[in-house]
Design a protein around this ligand. Structure first.
Ligand code: ADP
Ligand code: MG
Length: 341
């Protein structure tokens, strides 16, 4: 038996197995990079469910020419430098793996221009060693990442892609989730050249509620309670659905510090609060934002970062429970003040 070090492309393809499950996972990583780069506008173009083309253009900070090679390399990130940073992550990314992984299983180009540069540069990684090539390009300040022929060189993965329609639906759902997480973002989503979603920045509460209604349903917005509570340095705000006929079952959006979550602790608190307030043993519909100090959560739990761990889990659970219980109790019997908690 001979032990050998894997060539970079192969190592990256193996790592890609963890984060790049399907086209929507690519879109997620790229949009998160745009948000981390301070973009206020993100345009997403998809062809054939993302298997043919995923193109994300942003007006963020861009990457300097001499950093482009690093941006496409594994374990290269501008978001984290020390172990202490890892304990207090305030960006969506930090693993430095997405671009290297994605470019190992597709034909990826990264075109970028910073404010300090008068011209743009385009980078792509080639061959077993993923040597990064760079050439001049035309681009305004910001970045465009193009991912063509996803999984073209990993047939086993390509085989698992569903129909264009199904893959696009995953992307659409993701874009809706992100549009809810950042009301200040302007986002457009096109599929095969056709505009499917277009959100303008929503700064007032009214504009935000309009965005929530368009993403969830008018039905949800018409039958929900807005909530906004704060205790020490934890904050909970958003909307939670009241019981009514045709209450939507699939409106379940929760965010921790702007990061979308599927979190057991949050779900449990919501379910329990809803059941105690209404007698209905089901989770409510909700769009909820939890904000805590970045030191209170560990986001480095899952490669795709779907989960978090709260250091003071009990406290967070009870805080969510109380906020939601109070809002729903007030919503179902508005004339009676909710029982003191
Ligand atoms: P991570 O996001 O975990 O740092 P990525 O592989 O996703 O890792 O990105 C590597 C680096 O490339 C980032 O840390 C960032 O510096 C740079 N980068 C990626 N996408 C963009 C973008 N859209 N705009 C500006 N910089 C970017
Ligand atoms: Mg990233």
């Amino acid at each position: 038996m001979t032990i050998q070090i894997l060539p970079p492309r192969l190592a990256n393809q193996i790592a890609a197995g963890e984060v790049v499950e399907r086209p929507s996972s690519v879109v997620k990583e790229l949009i998160e990079n745009s948000i981390d780069a301070g973009a206020t506008r993100i345009d997403i173009d998809i062809d054939k469910g993302g298997a043919k083309l995923i193109r994300i253009r942003d007006n963020g900070s861009g990457v300097e020419k001499d950093q482009l090679g690093l941006a496409l390399s594994r374990h290269a990130t501008s978001k984290l430098a020390t172990l202490d940073d890892l304990e207090a992550i305030d960006s969506l990314g930090f693993r430095g793996e997405a671009l290297a992984s994605i470019s190992s299983v597709s034909r990826l180009t990264f075109t970028s221009r910073t404010k300090a540069q008068s011209e743009a540069w385009q980078a792509y990684a080639e061959g077993r060693d993923m040597q990064v090539q760079i050439k001049p390009a035309a681009h305004p300040i910001g970045t465009t990442v193009e991912v063509i022929d996803l999984f073209f060189n990993t047939p086993a993965r390509r085989k698992f892609l569903r129909t264009d329609k199904t893959e696009f639906n995953h992307i659409d759902e993701l874009v809706k989730r992100i549009a809810l997480s950042r009301f200040d973002l302007q986002i457009t989503l096109k599929h095969n050249g056709k505009v499917i979603r277009s959100y303008r920045p929503a700064s007032t509460l009214e504009q935000q509620e309009r965005r929530v209604a368009s993403i969830t349903s008018n039905n949800f917005m018409a039958n929900c309670m807005a909530l906004n509570c704060e205790h020490d340095d934890i904050k909970l705000w958003g909307w939670v659905g009241l019981p009514h006929d045709n209450a939507p079952m699939d409106v379940q959006y929760s965010y921790v510090n702007g990061r979308m979550m599927r979190d057991k602790l949050i779900n449990h608190a919501l379910r329990q609060a809803y059941e105690e307030a209404t007698g209905i043993a089901a989770p409510p519909a909700y769009v909820l934002f939890i904000e805590v100090s970045v030191r209170e959560v560990d986001v480095n739990v899952h490669p795709a970062k779907h989960e978090v761990r709260f250091h003071q889990a009990r406290l967070v659970h009870d805080f969510i429970f109380q906020g939601v219980f109070k809002a729903i109790s007030e919503g179902i019997s508005p004339s009676m003040p909710a029982a003191e908690l």
